[in-house]
Write a protein that binds this ligand. Structure first.
Ligand code: CA
Length: 721
């Protein structure tokens, strides 16, 4: 950390050129400067990502491209483990580590924050926000966290229960804590705060359950709210007294009807991941999520575009005043969020190679968009993966919808499904090769109108029938076959010509975030545990290692004492693992969460993780009529599957109900599901949406699935995994 003063001096010089120093603390004397995380806007803009990794996406442009060149295509095969740190969780880990002044700040499940010596992995402090575990039911996609922000000697974390907290970077002590949401509603925070000129920017999640989205800016110094921009109108279309009021009065309100579920359920539009700072336009550009409920027929029968759902929105960085927007999916109907990685870059266009500063995004809906960063003007858009919901984009970038995709009671088998053609897994961009690297996936879904829909509080609430097309008894091997049909790809995408330069097919759909380096490398993990380095120009696989865990997060790289390190957080969990599983056949997943850091010549190892032995014993004889089991199947699909796994088959992150002792005892089962006796573990009461008869029908279905699995286990094993 002795290098801090030198780096600081360098930054002070560069920042005069890049940004000016008026808003930052470079003029302060050395004695008042914090010893840890002494970061300001100029330093993030000037030095990252090179020797350090100062913000979630590496730097403000969020390209996740490092200028470090020690590790190259020629020597990457010598990469070995420098150190590992045990996060001791079996829940999802999605964080990109921040590295500043020799310290790594990283988060894990339940919003825990860790400070580690970045060269050795030695623990400096751990902060546990001690979240009430009943909040877990509000988390659509596991109790994950994608990382911290650092600024002015503080570490900022968005806590899953809606708090935004500032920690002393040296000690982990809480400096301030602010509740950013109405905690009676199903809001969560999983995204990383970004800090710009003394303002901490944070959004939230919850649009699967029913909330109204917004992004807020808080003072980094005091935690006071400075501005808030809502992404959907106030239900009565009256002003909120927020900076977004003018945008709704002029354009937003007109795109919503006067009734429909959005009025009571919030409308959605959560800003749960991508927030970038464009220093050229001094604007914040953020991605907005899906509608709530998903199904527009239920959400807003008037059938409008529903601004600013599924949009990229730009606002003034100081005031939050609206500047422009581009809506990727007007009238969202499919959970097609536009929250995915937003990357800023300069790209050459036309014969003369005129350079334009652009916004790039590959959102869930499968189109890659290039927009003008100053105005939001649509430059181009093309599908980067297979899709069957739109015939293309018109000249303004508006999708030309295929009518059947706007589903009614007829099932429509669609690509992409709600997992998206690209989800939160960070995309990267190499500014020399001018290629974007997309962690793409091919996960179809069947949508149909939920005929049983009614408003639910703090429960999944999509208006799409999750039981549509399912049968109580599934043929042996169908689950394995359907998993095997899902595809993941790493696509090197040319954003100027809008075509793939190369792509690599993966054996698991849920592939990880991407890191690009000036060493000509692309690093990417996979949920099955491989961590791979590719040649950025050709896609040739140059190095691979087995992390013995899942790897979905964005890797980072940094340099200490002349050595370049590559680091990644690992873990099972995340939405895909909960709902689809990993292909591992384990009733209980072990605590595989880790930080794993590599360097050239590293000789460390990653400890083997034995899978726990769990007896698969059915706890009751089959019971209930076929009709009751069918009813149980429908209620299971609608209420249980998103956490406990499709078709009753858990990935092991949360209990596999087929083998649960509770499944053998009707009274105990009712106590859990109706009365919520396990609420402190996240299993809250479902008595608001399920009758005692429904709950017993679910047990009948689960017990039948246990007997089916036992019978299938005795049959010859199907091929594949
Ligand atoms: Ca969503």
């Amino acid at each position: 950390m002795h290098a801090r003063t030198i780096i600081k001096g360098l930054c002070a010089g560069l920042c005069l050129i890049l940004l000016g120093c008026s808003n930052d603390n470079n003029s302060e004397t050395e004695t008042t400067q914090p010893a840890f995380a002494d970061v300001d806007t100029a330093r993030i803009a000037a030095t990252s990502p090179g020797t350090e990794w100062l913000s979630y996406g590496g730097g403000y442009n969020e390209q996740r491209h490092s200028s470090l060149t020690q590790i190259t295509t020629q020597n990457v095969e010598k990469l070995g483990v420098a150190w590992t740190y045990d996060l001791a969780t079996n829940r999802g880990v999605e964080a990109t580590p921040i590295v500043v002044d020799g310290v790594m700040y990283v988060t894990s499940a339940w919003s825990l924050v860790y400070a580690l010596d970045a060269a050795t992995g030695k623990e400096l402090w751990v902060y546990d926000p001690e979240v009430d575990k009943s909040v877990g039911v509000k988390a659509c996609c596991d109790v994950v966290n994608r990382g911290v922000g650092v600024y002015g000697g503080k570490v900022f974390v968005g806590v899953i229960d809606g708090r935004l907290e500032a920690l002393d970077a040296e000690t982990g002590a809480v400096v301030w804590s602010t509740v950013t949401v109405d905690q009676t509603k199903p809001y969560t925070i999983t995204g990383a705060p970004r800090i710009v000129n003394g303002l901490v920017l944070i959004g939230n999640g919850g649009a699967e359950l029913g909330v109204r989205g917004y992004i807020s800016a808080y003072s980094a110094e005091t935690g006071e709210l400075v501005w808030r921009f809502y992404t959907v109108p106030n239900p009565n279309k009256m002003p909120d007294g927020a900076v977004s009021d003018a945008a709704f009065e002029s354009i937003g309100n007109l795109t919503w009807g006067d009734d429909g579920a959005w009025v009571t359920d919030g409308g959605g539009g959560t800003v749960w991941d991508s927030i970038v700072y464009d220093h050229v336009g001094d604007q914040i550009i953020f991605g907005v999520g899906n509608g709530s409920p998903w199904n527009r027929t239920i959400r807003d029968p008037a059938g409008g575009d529903n601004l600013f759902l599924s949009s990229i929105v730009a606002v003034d960085a100081k005031t939050g005043t609206y500047k422009w927007h581009f809506q990727t999916t007007p009238g969202d109907n499919w959970d097609y969020t536009a929250t995915q990685s937003i990357i800023l870059a300069e790209l050459p266009f036309g014969e003369g190679g005129t350079t334009r500063r652009v916004v790039m995004q590959a959102p869930k809906n499968s189109f890659f968009y290039v927009l003008d960063a100053a105005t939001g003007e649509f430059i181009s858009g093309k599908p980067f993966g297979p899709q069957n919901w739109a015939a293309g984009l018109d000249e303004n970038g508006r999708p030309i919808e295929i009518p059947a995709a706007r589903y009614g009671t007829e099932l429509y088998a669609q690509l992409p499904g709600p997992h998206g053609a690209h989800n939160w897994h960070p995309m990267a961009f190499n500014p020399s090769l001018k290629l974007a690297y997309i962690p793409a996936q091919e996960i179809p879904a069947t949508y149909s109108l939920d005929k049983l829909w009614k408003t639910k509080q703090v429960k999944w609430n999509t208006g799409s029938d999750f039981a549509g097309g399912l049968a109580v008894d599934v043929p042996p091997g169908l689950m394995q076959a359907s998993r095997a049909s899902l595809k993941g790809r790493l696509i090197a995408w040319d954003p100027v010509t809008q075509e793939a330069r190369w792509s690599v097919e993966h054996d698991n759909a849920w592939n990880g975030g991407v890191l690009s380096t000036a060493g000509g490398l692309i690093f990417q993990g996979k949920l099955a545990g491989d961590f791979v380095a590719y040649d950025a120009a050709t896609g040739a696989k140059l190095w691979t290692t087995n992390l013995k865990s899942g790897a979905a997060s964005g890797p980072a790289t940094f340099e200490i004492d002349g050595e370049q390190y590559v680091t990644i957080t690992t873990g099972w969990g995340t939405l895909y693992a909960l709902t689809v599983g990993l292909g591992y056949d384990t009733p209980v997943s072990p605590k595989v969460g880790k930080v794993v850091t590599f360097k050239l010549g590293g000789t460390g190892t990653i400890a083997d993780i034995p899978l726990p032995e769990v007896e698969r014993v059915v706890k009751a004889d089959p019971f209930g009529t076929p009709e009751e089991q069918q009813t149980g199947m429908i209620h299971y699909a609608r209420n249980c599957a998103v956490c406990h796994g499709g078709l009753g088959i858990s990935s092991g992150v949360l209990p596999d109900l087929r083998w649960s002792d509770y499944s053998g005892n009707a009274d105990a089962w009712q106590a859990v599901v109706a009365e919520g006796v396990l609420a402190d573990q996240g299993m809250v009461s479902f008595s608001d949406v399920l009758t005692p008869e429904d709950i017993e029908a679910i047990r009948a279905y689960v017990v039948r699935q246990a007997h089916n699995a036992t019978a299938q286990a005795k049959a010859p094993a199907p091929s594949g995994n």
